[in-house]
Structures are given as C-alpha cells and as structure tokens.
Design a protein around this ligand. Structure first.
Ligand code: HEC
Length: 419
C-alpha cells in the first residue's frame, strides 16, 4: 500500500507545517527557557520556582509535542536524505539530551526551589545547540551567517516564550499571576532578547541587502514588527486587545519569514517525491535473475501513478504567482561550484519569467501525456512520457539551477535534452 503524504500534494501544506513546527518550538522551548531564567534569578522572580514549574509545564509539554509531531511529518518528505545526514542525527541526539535533562535534573531543582546557575546554563546551552544543528543542515554557506542566524533564532525563541507568557497572562489565561509583575519582571530580559535578535537581523541584512530588499515578504515582516512596536503603546489602556493583537502579529511575522512557498519548497515537497515515485514505477531491472521489466500492474498501482502525474501537472500553475521566490536567503547551495545560489536563481527568474513558465509548461505537457498513458494502462506510452518529463526537469535545471555543470550539460546534449 502506498502511503499518501498530503505534503506532496498541496503547495501550502509544507510551509504551513513549518509554521506550526516553529510555533510549537516557540511555546515549548520558549517556556523552558523562561523557567531556566527563573533558576538564574531573572524574569518572573515574584513566583517561586516550584510554582512556575507547575504553571509552565503544560505549555512546555504541549509545545514540544506539537514541535515533535510536525517535525516527524517534515521528516516524512525525504526520510532517506535526512537520516543519512550526520548533522540531522546529531540534532536529534542533542534534542533528546535537552529534553531528558530538562525533565529530570532541571525539574528536580525547580521543584525543590534550589536552582543552581550551572544547571540552568547547561540546560539553556543544550536548547541552543538544537536549532544550530538545523541551520548548519539547511545552509552549507558561510559559518558567520550561520552563527548570526542561530543567535537570531535563539533570541527569538526565548523572546517568544516571554511574549507568549505575557500575552496569555494579560488575556487571563494564567490565574494567580499579576500581569503587572510579569511585565515588570520580563521587561529587561525581553529587551535583551529583542536587541540581540534585531542586531543579528541587521547584520544579516547588511550581508545580503540586495536579496532581502527585493523580497516583498521581507518588507511585510518589517511592517509587522513596526506594528508590534506600535501595539505595545496600546498596552497601557486596552491590555486584552493589545495582547490578542500581539499574538496575532507575531504569528504573522513567523508566516512572513517562513510561510510563503518558494520554488525550492515546491521542488522539495511536491516535485521531487512525485518524480522519484514515477521514475521508479517503470524500470528495466538487470540483476542475477536476468533482465526484467518493472511496470504498474494492478488498478491501484496505475491509480498511484496517475495521482503523481496529476501533481506534476498542477505544479506549473503554482509558479505563475506574482512575486515568486526562488528560495529563502538561508537556503544556501550545497554545491556552489556548479549550482547557483538562491540570489542567482532569483536574478534569472526575475529576468526570464516567460522562459521559466515555458519550461514549466513543458513539464505539464509531458505529465498530461503521461496521464493519458495511465488511463489507457499503456506502459510503453508511460515510459515515453516519463522520458519527456525527465527531459523537462533537466532542461529547466540546466538553465536555472546548475548552469555551470559541464558534465550535466554534455550528458544532456547526448540525451537530446533541448535547451
Ligand atoms: C520550470 C523549471 C523547473 C522544472 C520543470 C523542474 N525544476 Fe526542479 N528546480 C528548479 C529550480 C529553479 C531549482 C533550484 C531552486 C533553488 O535552489 O533556488 C530546482 C531544484 C530542484 C531540486 C532541489 C531541491 C532542494 O531541496 O534543494 C530538486 C530535487 C528538483 N528540482 C527536482 C525536480 C524534478 C524531479 C523535476 C521534474 C519532475 C523538476 N525538478 C522540474 C526548476 C525546475
């Protein structure tokens, strides 16, 4: 039975899941950070640490559960690649150690009311190392940018824990907590978090100003941050409204930063999984048992092929969205000697949009022929259609993604991939 993954079918599923993943991390790790701050004598100091442990616990557990489940779903897109990656396994290991340490040693100290600075610092360090692994995994680019990005994200996660607790408190979700004291206690740590996040953000912007400044979503994010600053003035008079607005605006910031899907997202979550599935569905296998043909046989197998072809058939429509982004600035190329970086792909995309769409339609046309073959259950026609699909992938990649790959270009010429 083929496992149907909705992430491979809907272009919005992948970015939405990333946002849910981040929201889970913000709630889970953000509140864990807040408790560690308390052990350090910072933040919500007007409550005892056993009390704070009890009250934050549901948020930490719910947040972490959401983060882990959404993380498993993201993993399901491409398990082999993730699993093969040493950094990914290291990230999981650190995550496991961070969770176990938090719920054993940190818990014991918090509940007994005698926290040590060393334990709190160690726990914070473990939490900090988890996103660091993910960032190194995502961007094989420059180390200084990775470090800046990690600091930016760590500051944002602890900030979001503080914002969450303040807003929930203002909305009346934490009985027994006086919102004035929470706001007062968190004022300085919040400012520190904000300044660290802002300075790292500015430095990253300075390093790649051109790329950010042409990205409409970047400006939406900045606009939302300005609104958040403005919203805090509302706090004095209409506290509940301001708290609700604050949660809403922060969710918008996360969406603007990670939500809108890019060409790379669509390739990674929809095109590649369907392509892999299709190319494996019709094959000539030569091994010790001789030469055999592999092709769909049952109705279900033909159905699965048709579904995958339908996904490829729909993909070009997604590329016609105005302001389409190639990839996020942090999605550095793993192989920059032959591959273009996101900003180079973006330049080509902006300059040659009609050509890009034309190549995408080549994929669509080939997929349509494939759908007819699947309807007729004609494996030879399917094989021909898959060959055209393969050529459509290759011709677009050669132009936009790895134009400097001489070997791929030679091979493409031999195979008749028309430029
Ligand atoms: C219309 C152009 C176009 C077509 C057609 C196309 N791709 Fe892509 N693909 C791209 C571009 C552009 C990138 C590079 C995006 C970036 O990293 O900036 C890319 C990247 C990729 C990646 C790398 C994704 C990652 O996570 O780094 C894979 C895998 C991929 N494509 C698979 C396919 C397959 C399989 C097909 C055919 C079924 C296909 N593509 C068809 C334009 C195309």
């Amino acid at each position: 039975m083929q496992f149907e993954n909705p992430l491979n079918e809907h272009s919005l599923a992948y970015p939405i899941l990333i946002c849910i993943h981040l929201a889970g991390i913000a709630a889970g790790v953000g509140t864990a950070a807040l408790l560690n701050f308390r052990l350090l004598g910072v933040g919500v100091t007007h409550k005892s640490s056993p009390q704070l442990w009890r009250d934050l616990m549901p948020w930490t557990v719910t947040g972490l559960t959401i983060a882990i489940f959404s993380g498993l779903m993201l993993f399901s897109i491409d398990p082999e690649t993730y699993y093969a990656s040493g950094i990914f396994r290291l990230k999981l290991l650190i995550l496991l150690v961070a969770i176990v340490f938090y719920f054993t040693i940190v818990r014991r100290q918090a509940v007994s009311g005698r926290g040590s600075v060393a334990v709190a610092c160690f726990s914070l360090t473990l939490w900090t190392l988890v996103p660091f692994g993910g960032i190194l995994l995502g961007s094989a680019g420059s180390l200084s940018i990775s470090v800046l990005l990690s600091l930016h994200i760590v500051a944002l996660i602890s900030l979001s824990g503080m914002v969450l607790v303040t807003d929930v408190c203002l909305l009346g979700g934490m009985p027994g907590y006086s919102s004035e004291e929470v706001i007062k206690g968190l004022r300085i740590p919040k400012r520190v978090g904000f300044i660290v996040a802002a300075v790292c953000g500015l430095l990253m912007f300075a390093a790649r100003a051109g790329q950010y400044s042409r990205n409409p979503w970047f400006w939406i994010k900045i606009g939302l941050l300005v609104l958040i600053a403005g919203n805090s003035f509302l706090l004095r008079r209409r506290a509940k409204l301001a708290a609700g607005m604050s949660l809403f605006l922060w969710a918008g910031v996360v969406w603007a930063a990670r939500g809108p899907s890019t060409v790379k997202d669509i390739m990674h979550s929809m095109v590649e999984p369907s392509g892999d599935f299709l190319f494996q569905s019709v094959q000539t296998i030569a091994d010790e048992h001789g030469v055999r043909e592999k092709a769909p046989r049952t109705d279900e197998e033909w159905d699965a092929v048709r579904q995958r072809l339908t996904i490829l058939n729909q993909v070009p429509g997604l590329f016609s969205a105005p302001g389409l982004r190639a990839a996020r600035p942090r999605d550095r190329s793993k192989n920059p000697a032959v591959e273009n970086q996101p900003e180079q792909v973006q330049n080509l995309l902006d300059a040659e949009r009609p050509d890009f769409i034309r190549r995408a339609f080549r994929l669509k046309d080939a997929a349509s022929v494939g759908i007819q073959a699947a309807n007729a259950k004609d494996k030879d026609a399917l094989r021909t259609a898959l060959d055209s699909i393969d050529k459509a992938c290759e011709s677009c990649h050669l132009h936009y993604w790895y134009p400097n790959d001489k070997r791929a270009r030679e091979a493409a010429k031999e195979n008749g991939v028309i430029e």
